[in-house]
Design a protein around this ligand. Structure first.
Ligand SMILES: CCC1=C(C)/C(=C/C2=NC(=C\c3[nH]c(/C=C4\NC(=O)[C@H](C)[C@H]4CC)c(C)c3CCC(=O)O)/C(CCC(=O)O)=C2C)NC1=O
Length: 177
């Protein structure tokens, strides 16, 4: 598992090179935006159960067959597994956002997930839809534009953190699709 710093070290070591000016500049930006990043992680983490339950119920509203006999969220045992998976995925996205690196998400959550889902008959289009709704909600929390829950934080430009957050969700969708 890497973060922005260890990634720079591994990349430099692979080239047998010292840490260069470009890497230093990139890490300076990472540090300068550190508090913003922590606020973004907090905004998502402290609303995690809301984000997950909203996404899973939205997914089901659009496809009620999921909670009928034969659907993959039926019976309650599967519904619980689905909600739990949503929480797991969102948790690993927040870890990646904190670290500024996707490896924790890739290695500990996404590695083998598609195979697991295929084996269990978990529908990938529905998974992608639920993750897509979580993405929209999480990005709104990062930008502090979520309608009901505004955070009392110094406002600034969160475009790059929002794009980074969106990118982690895109990795999840790509991994299970
Ligand atoms: C550390 C990382 C980690 C991940 C990612 C993980 C996922 C994971 N999800 C599973 C099951 C499952 N996952 C779902 C999820 C869904 N069904 C749907 O229709 C929706 C599309 C979706 C929710 C959005 C369901 C219903 C099951 C149970 C399937 C079954 O047992 O038939 C299983 C099989 C074992 C179990 O049921 O616990 C694993 C391993 N476990 C882990 O430890």
């Amino acid at each position: 598992m890497l973060d922005a710093f260890s990634r720079a070290v591994v990349a430099a070591d692979t080239k047998t090179a010292p840490i260069g000016a470009a890497e230093i500049a990139e890490l300076k930006t990472f540090i300068a935006n550190g508090n913003k990043r922590l606020d973004a992680v907090n905004a998502i983490s402290s609303n995690a159960s809301c984000i997950v339950s909203d996404a899973v119920s939205g997914m089901i509203c659009e496809n009620t067959g999921l909670i009928q006999s034969g659907g993959n969220c039926y019976p309650n045992r599967r519904m619980a597994a689905c909600l739990r998976d949503g929480e797991i995925i969102l948790r690993y996205v927040t870890y990646a956002l904190l670290a500024g690196d996707a490896s924790v998400l890739e290695d500990r959550c996404l590695n083998g997930l598609k195979e697991t889902y295929t084996a269990l008959g978990v529908p990938t289009t529905s998974t992608a839809r639920a993750v897509g709704i979580m993405k929209a909600a999480a990005v709104a929390f990062v930008n502090n534009t979520a309608s009901k829950r505004k955070f009392d934080v110094t406002s600034g430009d969160c475009a790059s953190l929002a794009a980074e957050t969106a990118g982690y969700f895109d990795r999840v969708i790509a991994a299970v699709s």
